[in-house]
Design a protein around this ligand. Structure first.
Ligand code: PA5
Length: 452
């Protein structure tokens, strides 16, 4: 279960910087309209993340492919993908892997990631694996992403030198039909898994792109999907303000941005095992919402660590932030502090480390409130597959709702395309669709570099 506490956004707590509950509730009409619009996109099949979570065929395809891999002498699954096509699996690896006890082993396959094209990092990874006993898993919805394709050519060459049939060491997870890697796979008999056409990278945590690596890591992907389904159905069957964190959270973030100039949103996670979740959430938030000159900027933080880093700024810097705390009721393990005999630390004696962590969070909340700074808190029971399914779905739906409130399309990323086009030009790609950028590049190239 996910609890949402928004006491510290209220005027009664943070005075003129907050909202009256009635002001938030009076936003119901806009939320209902956002929900209706998303429902239409879902019904028309334009947006698929709502229904892909119930795709039983996908789960069985993942298991079939995974069993083939388990039946071979494979030691490493090396996942290569960018942005939304890798952050979900990295998030689950950290969150669920961290919670797994030593006894709950995976199936003996180590899963590693390249989510960048830093040559040194890739070289080091390759040095650490036995290439013959590695399956390279290219995850790319478009099947065309420059970084992924470039790595494919490098890996293909390495494999051709190392093994008899390089195809046996590859699996591609892409859109069913389009893109270079998909065509290449079809023409060359390479194993594939599908990502549904109507699910974009950052909404793909419930697709094979994430769930295949997750299954190889030994996680219960059906339980993860049950968590997402239960959250979807629970939320959609309730009124927007009927104990419904998705809509309340979206309304709160929107209202602080639009009416109180809170341009920065800080997802502040109080668990080391939610660090990668906060990176995943940042990407989902930023790439979905940052367009047409709108959107708060997401800036993740980890507590209690970052209390000794950004917190000073959040406490006394510009009044431009809204903080969303994420914490756990059950941290999965604990220590009890024995400070008996040390008088000045009497208050710690017998305290669990998790009590200290949560009291630090509460202390920060209180201090922020006294400084008239808004925050809300999301509490998860614990980290397991079910709760991560709930959390993922909650965040995807909240971002989609925010997109509707901000009146932008949360499912495209036109700004990212521009940088790619310039990169293509700089690398000498010839293409009529780049003519505008070619002119722009010419103009900027006429300005000399400013070297010191
Ligand atoms: O969320 C997104 O759409 C992007 O971050 C993509 O996931 C990223 O650009 C990689 O694209 P692709 O999956 O097509 O390789």
């Amino acid at each position: 279960m996910i609890e949402f506490n928004f006491k510290y956004v209220l005027e009664s707590a943070i005075e003129e910087n907050g909202f009256e509950e009635s002001e938030i509730k009076s936003f119901e009409r806009e939320l209902v309209a956002a929900r209706r619009s998303l429902n239409e996109l879902r019904r028309s099949g334009e947006v698929g993340f709502y229904d892909e979570i119930s795709n039983i065929g996908m789960v069985s395809d993942i298991k079939t492919s995974a069993e083939k891999l388990f039946s071979k002498d494979i030691k490493t699954l090396y996942v290569l993908g960018m942005g939304g096509s890798s952050l979900g699996a990295i998030f689950l690896k950290e969150a669920l892997g961290g919670m797994r006890s030593g006894a709950e082993k995976n199936r003996g396959i180590n899963v590693i990631f390249s989510e960048n094209i830093d040559p040194l990092y890739i070289k080091k990874n390759i040095e650490c694996i036995d290439i013959k006993k590695t399956v390279f898993c290219f995850v790319t919805k478009s099947a065309d992403t420059i970084e992924v394709v470039a790595q494919f050519f490098i890996i293909k060459e390495l494999l051709e030198k190392a093994v008899k049939n390089y195809r046996d060491n590859l699996i591609f997870i892409t859109d069913r039909q389009s893109g270079f890697l998909r065509r290449y796979a079809d023409e060359n008999g390479i194993a594939v898994l599908d990502i549904a056409k109507n699910v974009g990278g950052r909404y793909s945590i419930t697709t094979a792109g994430t769930l295949f690596p997750a299954y190889i890591m030994g996680f219960d992907i059906e339980k993860f999907l049950r968590g997402a389904i239960s959250y979807r159905d629970g939320m959609l069957n309730k009124g927007v303000f009927e104990n419904n964190p998705v809509y309340t959270m979206a309304a709160v973030i929107y209202l602080f941005y639009a009416k109180k100039n809170r341009n920065i949103f800080v997802p502040f996670v109080y668990s080391d095992y939610l660090r990668e979740f906060s990176r995943w959430f940042r990407q989902l938030f930023a790439e979905s919402l940052g367009k047409d000159l709108v959107s708060p900027t997401p800036v993740p933080a980890v507590g209690a660590t970052d209390q000794h880093s950004q917190l000073q700024l959040y406490m006394q810097g510009p009044q431009d932030k809204l903080i969303g705390f994420f914490c756990l009721k059950d941290t999965g393990s604990d220590f009890t502090v024995n400070s008996s005999g040390f008088k000045e630390f009497d208050y710690l004696n017998g305290k669990r480390l998790s009590d200290i962590l949560i009291n630090e969070l509460k202390g920060v909340e209180l201090a922020l409130a006294i400084n008239k700074r808004p925050s809300f808190r999301i509490t998860l029971d614990k980290i397991d597959e079910f709760s991560m399914g709930e959390l993922s779905f909650m965040c995807m739906e909240a971002v989609a709702v925010l997109g509707k409130l901000l009146k932008i399309n949360p499912f495209d990323q036109p700004g990212v395309e521009k940088g790619k086009k310039f990169a293509y030009l700089l690398m000498g790609r010839k293409d009529d669709s780049l003519s505008k950028e070619s002119e722009e590049l010419k103009r900027l190239n006429e300005i000399p570099d400013m070297h010191y």
